[in-house]
Design a protein. Structure first.
Length: 222
């Protein structure tokens, strides 16, 4: 027996919530991968501290993409209250870390200052000939990555429960439709991506792409 299976986009308004939840799960998975890589880099005898911090910071940012609102559904703190007080405190800490440390150069977690090389020879103070930078700051380490990875695992479990419920609800909607409604569709066609559109919202970009598709090509154009 031969069977052909195709992935077809479910283009229904009822599918928007599940699509947003899938997006959140993908962001949480990406944040976990960044944490895992940061932890791996901390194991050798000479850890790559700068890379570890960069990966940990990227993981914090990626995690909190899930809690932003706007073009898609965003999680709220209230959505994860079932995790318990300790996990919520961890969530609040990482939010402060994102808001104050990762996003802003002036914050309570670091201070940059000037040092002068004060030299004394045979009990006599010498003139100051050089200045240098000094910095005191929180360093994001493998401990940061491990703590965030643990929190993410808890949040992913909460989101996965919502996904399972939403999949069950949407599947009932899809199964109630005539077979041709879904079988006649096709996989999602990605929109054109242009780095020059980085300042546009998703709606503006989609409108621009739609207008581009409607514009007839001139004869002889590539």
């Amino acid at each position: 027996m031969h069977a052909e299976v195709r992935a077809i986009e479910v283009k229904l308004p009822e599918a928007e919530l599940l699509a947003d939840l899938y997006g959140i799960l993908l962001d949480l998975a990406a944040a976990t991968s960044l944490c895992d890589r940061a932890i791996e880099l901390g194991r050798p005898e000479r850890p790559e501290y700068l890379l570890i911090e960069g990966l940990a910071a990227a993981a914090v940012v990626r995690y909190f993409r899930c809690f932003s609102t706007g073009a898609r559904l965003g999680l709220r703190r209230e959505d994860i209250t079932e995790l318990g007080d300790q996990d919520l405190l961890s969530h609040d800490y990482f939010k402060a870390l994102r808001d104050k440390f990762v996003a802003h150069s002036v914050n309570p977690f670091e201070a940059t200052y000037v040092t002068a090389s004060a030299r004394v020879e045979d009990g006599t103070m010498c003139p100051i000939h050089s200045l240098h930078p000094g910095q005191h700051r929180l360093v994001l380490s493998t401990d940061t990555a491990e703590a965030l990875a643990y929190l993410i695992s808890k949040v992913r479990a909460v989101v996965q429960k919502r996904v399972s419920l939403e999949e069950h609800r949407l599947l009932a909607v899809v199964q109630a439709l005539p077979l041709e409604t879904i079988h006649s569709g096709d996989l999602h066609t990605p929109s054109r991506v242009d780095p020059r559109d980085v300042d546009k919202s998703r709606k503006q970009t989609l409108r621009s792409n739609h207008a581009l598709k409607r514009t007839p090509r001139k004869r002889g154009a590539a």
